[in-house]
Design a protein around this ligand. Structure first.
Ligand SMILES: Nc1nc2c(ncn2[C@@H]2O[C@H](COP(=O)(O)OP(=O)(O)OP(=O)(O)O)[C@@H](O)[C@H]2O)c(=O)[nH]1
Length: 296
């Protein structure tokens, strides 16, 4: 492979909430950079996962979940991000669930720009039993848009993920790599720290908490191999604060312990983590506050 043929480009992974975008991204980069959970819309930041192999460098832009039913300020910001990201990349991977074209995919489909090639990834094929019906689903999707390719995958099992990667590669421009091969994300440790707290929060309390929770890293200091991190979990209502803290502080303690262990594994050093919970009502509707929380 000569340097002249090396390909580098950006890839947006789009799709409505819960279709498996984060799982796919994690599979691609082989590392746990974006959080996954059963709860819809847990990915709010634009995360760059990077995969470099002998022939190419894929720079993945993970886009936020997409929900039309709640017209809050948060969703307006999310929708803007999805369109903006989609028009700036070399190729788009549009992730849907494989069993049937779903009307909830329509808002995302309608936002995809015409000038960027779109690969349809039909995810969760591990749950497909009826092959004949699946052929019909493929035909239906084909009729809806001129996709650059249609690839059935299972992000969770890894089935066909390599085939999907090969399809994506075809659309990356010939260019030298932008990032060093061992970089997996362009976000700082500070950002990752916030992601770990958010992940544990959703994992532990996902069923009880609404989407209106944000994590802000207030302090991040490094002394030798010790990192001192202070984070605030913002909730909308006092009763949510009580849920996050839990009986006798049990929940908050568990979130803190698990997040700290995850950080220590990732950063390769000791972490001292301090967690606070604060009520800031209406934050999901206030665009200035959203910017403060890093939701561009
Ligand atoms: N059976 C099966 N489940 C999958 C597959 N890929 C993802 N899932 C599950 O689908 C759920 C949603 O996955 P995520 O990766 O969090 O989905 P997402 O699209 O990033 O969701 P948002 O962040 O809400 O936009 C999780 O429970 C995953 O375990 C797959 O290939 N097969």
């Amino acid at each position: 492979m000569s340097a002249k043929e090396f390909r580098t480009g950006t890839v947006a992974i789009v799709g409505r909430p819960n279709v498996g975008k984060s799982t796919l991204l994690n599979k691609f980069v082989g590392m746990h950079v974006a959080i996954t959970s059963r709860k819809a819309q847990t990915t709010r930041h634009r995360i760059h996962g990077i995969l470099t192999d002998a022939q190419s460098q894929f720079i993945f832009v993970d886009t936020p979940g997409f929900q039309k039913q709640h017209a809050s300020g948060l969703n307006r910001v999310l929708n803007r991000t999805v369109t903006q990201v989609a028009s700036e990349v070399d190729v788009i991977v549009f992730v849907v669930e494989a069993w049937k074209p779903d009307e909830r995919d329509e808002p995302v489909l309608s936002l995809l720009p015409d000038e960027v090639p779109v690969i349809l990834a039909l995810n969760k094929v591990d749950r497909i039993r009826d092959k004949a019906k699946f052929a019909q689903v493929l035909a239906e999707w084909n009729a809806r848009r001129d996709f650059a390719a249609l690839v059935p995958v299972s992000a969770e099992k890894g089935t066909q993920v390599k085939a999907l990667l090969d399809e994506i590669r075809r659309f990356l421009p010939v260019a030298p790599p932008v990032y060093e091969a061992d970089e997996f994300t362009d976000k700082s440790e500070r950002f990752m720290a916030g992601e770990f707290v958010r992940e544990r929060l959703f994992r532990l309390l996902g069923e009880e908490l609404p989407y209106s929770t944000a994590v802000v890293i207030e302090n991040f200091e490094q002394e030798g191999n010790l990192r001192r991190i202070a984070a605030t979990i913002y909730v909308d209502k006092p009763n949510q604060k009580a849920i996050v803290i839990g009986e006798g502080g049990q929940s908050l303690k568990r979130i803190g312990t698990e997040a700290r262990h995850a950080m220590e594994g990732m950063f390769g050093g000791k972490v001292h983590l301090e967690l606070w919970v604060r009520v800031k009502s209406g934050w999901a509707d206030n665009e200035a506050m959203l910017r403060q929380f890093g939701y561009e």
